[in-house]
Design a protein around this ligand. Structure first.
Ligand SMILES: *Cc1c(COP(=O)(O)O)cnc(C)c1O
Length: 285
């Protein structure tokens, strides 16, 4: 698979101008931060592996990306979930639909207790050390771009789930990395960082309000539509809509003029399909 450097553009949203790294455009089927996190396995010789096993939600971006990886590598892909909503089972959409099309076997049960040597087990959301391999490449693309364009006082922002992407970007970037918690709270995110590295953690921007991951918020839907209309870029409904809100609050408060900001678009747009259905059912009427 051809893996190219993703473009960086300058956009303006609600009068704030910033750069955006378009990792959503990395590749049609393998994009966003999951492509970066799983790049290690993509380029590695997996000759002794027969099967990829993972777990998480039935709508996850990681699940879809792993189904692509398994397909490219000619491996079986087994995925374990707690529960699949009956509506989704009857009307497959988004990541679930496309992962099934790629040959994923999905089980509503516990993950097996142990695996044989021919099985590659991937922790939920791709929170693993191997992720740093692809994230170092992303960091280097940013460093080269900043140098070539004489961009100084750069701060990088991206919303976090497991925090793996933000953490390894901070490890390899000479710029401050800012993030916010989208899954769980700030304390959960800090613990996630410590599970991977003891030091050099990104800065966590606090949320002013509590949000539950995956829940529908009218405010997010409005930000999504506003982003689409002002920037012509589709952003992810689960992470970006909260991320952009926190990011906006931050840049309108601090050092707006002295710093340059780079927002990382981490993909996930395929997952919008099912989220949009839910939003439209709820708010269109
Ligand atoms: C997975 C994902 C995240 C969270 O990434 P982490 O490395 O788990 O913090 C953010 N945005 C999108 C679009 C994702 O798919």
């Amino acid at each position: 698979m051809n893996y190219r450097n993703s473009p960086i553009e300058k956009i303006t949203f609600n009068k704030n101008s910033f750069y955006i790294k378009r990792d959503d455009l990395l590749h049609k089927n393998f994009s966003g931060n999951k492509a970066r996190k799983f790049y290690y396995f993509l380029q590695k010789d997996l000759e002794n592996i027969k099967k990829v096993v993972s777990h998480g939600s039935a709508q996850s971006n990681a699940m879809y990306s792993l189904s692509v990886l398994a397909k490219i590598k000619g491996l079986q892909f087994d995925y374990y979930v707690d529960h699949i909503a009956s509506f989704l089972k009857q009307n497959p959409t988004g990541n679930y639909k496309y992962a099934l099309e790629n040959g994923m076997n999905i089980y509503e049960s516990q993950i097996p207790k142990s695996f044989d040597e021919e099985t590659l087990f991937i922790k939920e959301g791709g929170a693993l050390k191997e992720a740093q391999y692809g994230l170092e490449i992303l960091a280097n693309e940013i460093i080269v771009w900043a140098k070539e364009n004489n961009i100084e006082n750069l701060k990088v922002f991206l919303p976090s789930g497991t925090g793996t992407t933000a953490l390894y970007l901070q490890k390899y970037l000479p710029f401050e990395v800012l993030t916010c918690a989208c899954v769980g709270d700030e304390e959960y995110l800090r613990k996630q960082f410590f599970q991977l590295e003891d030091s050099n953690h990104p800065t966590i921007l606090k949320r002013t309000k509590k949000y539950h991951f995956g829940k529908l918020y009218k405010e997010f839907y409005e930000i999504y539509l506003e982003l689409l209309s002002q920037t012509k870029i589709e952003f992810d409904l689960l992470y970006d809509c909260l991320g952009i809100k926190i990011f906006e609050e931050y840049i309108s408060k601090y050092n707006k003029t002295t710093n340059n900001y780079l927002y990382i678009h981490q993909g996930g747009v395929l997952g919008n399909e099912s989220m949009l259905q839910r939003y439209e059912n709820k708010y269109k009427a």
